[in-house]
Design a binder for this molecule. Structure first.
Ligand code: SF4
Ligand code: SF4
Length: 160
């Protein structure tokens, strides 16, 4: 920059590109950790999604409990939620791809009172990244999404 060969803006842009390349490289090689920002800790009850899951799980197959997501540092330190040792700090999953805390017989969360912020805030009625329903009111599930999630390897999707 002192020699006038580079503008500060160019240097900043190059730095950002390099950072992105490094992040992609680390993600591919599974180096580093993922965690959810602390701003999501302890969401207010009114911010939580309240959905009639019991009437829907036979249709949606609790697909939300197969989606990968990261914990906050506070959740990790509290110790109630298991996380993936091979990919910290995503929630741990069983070999079948479901969350380690899902009771598969009842399709119920075994740590309901301690469930992560990510679970409390996830709203399958409106989530744009994971559109579970074609028509929520009519209970018509998005078959394409279910196929995608149920055929993917447990750790191959992007976090919610
Ligand atoms: S996808 Fe929606 S309806 Fe189905 S279990 Fe998850 S939150 Fe409940
Ligand atoms: S913690 Fe509970 S609600 Fe969250 S993904 Fe696991 S089983 Fe589902």
């Amino acid at each position: 920059m002192e020699k006038g060969l580079l503008e500060p803006r160019e240097l900043e842009e190059r730095g950002k590109r390099l950072l992105l390349d490094l992040m992609m490289d680390y993600a591919e090689r599974r180096i580093g950790v993922e965690y959810l920002d602390a701003k999501y800790d302890d969401p207010a009850p009114e911010a939580e999604a309240h959905i009639d899951c019991a009437d829907r799980v036979t249709i949606c197959k609790a697909v939300c409990c197969r989606l990968p997501f990261a914990l906050t540092e506070k959740e990790v330190r509290k110790g109630a939620i298991r996380w993936d040792f091979g990919r910290p700090y995503l929630v741990a999953r069983k070999p079948d791809g479901y969350c380690a805390h899902l009771d598969r017989d009842k399709f119920a969360c075994e740590i309901y009172d301690d469930r992560p912020a990510s679970c409390r805030l996830f709203d399958c009625r409106t989530d744009a990244r994971w559109p579970v329903w074609e028509d929520f009111g009519a209970k018509t599930v998005n078959v394409d999404l279910l196929k995608k999630v149920f055929t993917s390897a447990p750790d191959s999707s992007q976090g919610r």
